[in-house]
Structure formats: structure tokens, C-alpha cells
Design a protein around this ligand. Structure first.
Ligand SMILES: O=C(O)CCC(=O)C(=O)O
Ligand SMILES: [Fe+2]
Length: 206
């Protein structure tokens, strides 16, 4: 994250320092996870961490879901895959609502009795690992009685660079499954696909 946070004066006064401290600490978690993923893939330990320059994007989203009288009709967030590489999600400790899709079935993420961080893989990671790690589809359902809150910090790449499978993932037997694209164009394409209920990654498949 840039030293001077590009957020409005209201947020800056309210929680600028806390947010800066929080995102710096969660960046360390993100780097640990990237190193663990690199190890799992039998790559150089730092090869994923090194993809994130000091111009890489960090984006924090504060989600507030008020009680909703018709949870059967209204979603908190519609189905999507996160677009950046990794998400560090601080979950509401009392109210569940997050669900992941697998083989056509939605699975609940239970609320934990304490503040819990959930690490989610995003589409950027799916492309970088040439499809080995997937950015799962998830959504948030509403609750008729209780409000719910979460804080998602998304870690992405430098918008001026290209996104594509990293060179270390490619062999003759495992050629690139996704074409390259400039990150900032990829983010715009993501929004267009999201508004149509589609996944941008599917449009990049070779
Ligand atoms: O509120 C949640 O639990 C998930 C939020 C989410 O998926 C997002 O902000 O992308
Ligand atoms: Fe999400």
C-alpha cells in the first residue's frame, strides 16, 4: 500500500493509522501464504512474493450487510470470484453468511467465536499458477435479524504490468492456459464480466 493512503479525509481521520497497521500486518500473512504456495508448487520460495512490487495494488473493502426482511430474495454480495491474487478476509465473529460454490452446491462458512481471518485465492493467482490454484466462486447471503460486517483486504499486482502464468509454471507438457493482458485492462474486463455474472478468467483461456 502507498505510504499516503488514497482514501477520503473522513476515513483518514477515522481509521487511517489503524488501517495502515492492519494492512501492513496482513501483508505479512499474504507473503507467508505466497511462500507456502510456492513451496507446494515446488517453485523458488520467493518467486510469487517477487511478483508484487512496491507499486502492487492493495485494496480494502468494508462490507456492511444490514438485516434484510427477505433473505430468500436478496443477496449481500452476488456470486463472484475475487479478482486480485489473495484476499485476507476478517470475518464477522457472530454472524455467518459467506458461502462457497463447489460442484453446484453452496457451502456455508461457519462464524467462529473469535475474529477469524479467512484467506481466499483470487483470479490473479489462478492465472499466475496457470490454473493450479482456483479463485473459487462465493457469495454472501443476508440475515433477517442480524447485521453483519467484514473487512476484505485484496492484494493485487502492479496495474502497469502484464498478468499471465508465471514462467516457472510453464513446461512443454504444461503450456500456458491463459493469454497475457495488462493488469489494468484485466481489472476493467473483470468489472464488465462481473456485471454480467461471468468470470473474467474464462475469457482469457487459450
Ligand atoms: O463479507 C464476506 O464475508 C465476503 C465479502 C466478499 O466476498 C468480498 O468483499 O469480495
Ligand atoms: Fe469476495
Amino acid at each position: 500500500m502507498r505510504e499516503t493512503l488514497p482514501i477520503g479525509p473522513y476515513i483518514q481521520n477515522l481509521c487511517r493509522d489503524d488501517l495502515h497497521e492492519y494492512t501492513s500486518k496482513s501483508k505479512r500473512i499474504k507473503d507467508d501464504i505466497l511462500r507456502a504456495v510456492a513451496k507446494l508448487l515446488e517453485l523458488d520460495e520467493d518467486c510469487l512474493v517477487n511478483q508484487f512490487s512496491n507499486r502492487a495494488l492493495t485494496y480494502a473493502r468494508f462490507n456492511y450487510y444490514p438485516p434484510c426482511p427477505r433473505p430468500d430474495l436478496v443477496l449481500g454480495i452476488k456470486p463472484h470470484s475475487d479478482v486480485y491474487a489473495l484476499t485476507v478476509l476478517l470475518m464477522d465473529k457472530d454472524v455467518a453468511g459467506l458461502q462457497f460454490l463447489r460442484d453446484g452446491t453452496w457451502y456455508n462458512v461457519p462464524s467462529a467465536s473469535n475474529y477469524t481471518l479467512l484467506i481466499n485465492v483470487g483470479v490473479t493467482m489462478e492465472i499466475m499458477t496457470n490454473g493450479i490454484f482456483k479463485g473459487p466462486v462465493h457469495r454472501v447471503v443476508t440475515n433477517s435479524e442480524k447485521e453483519r460486517m467484514s473487512v476484505a483486504v485484496f492484494y493485487g499486482l502492479d496495474p502497469e504490468r502484464e498478468i499471465g502464468p508465471i514462467a516457472q509454471m510453464l513446461t512443454e507438457d504444461q503450456p500456458a492456459r491463459y493469454r497475457e493482458m495488462k493488469v489494468k485492462d484485466f481489472l476493467v474486463a473483470h468489472l464488465e464480466h462481473f456485471s454480467r455474472g461471468e468470470r473474467v478468467v474464462d475469457s482469457l483461456r487459450i
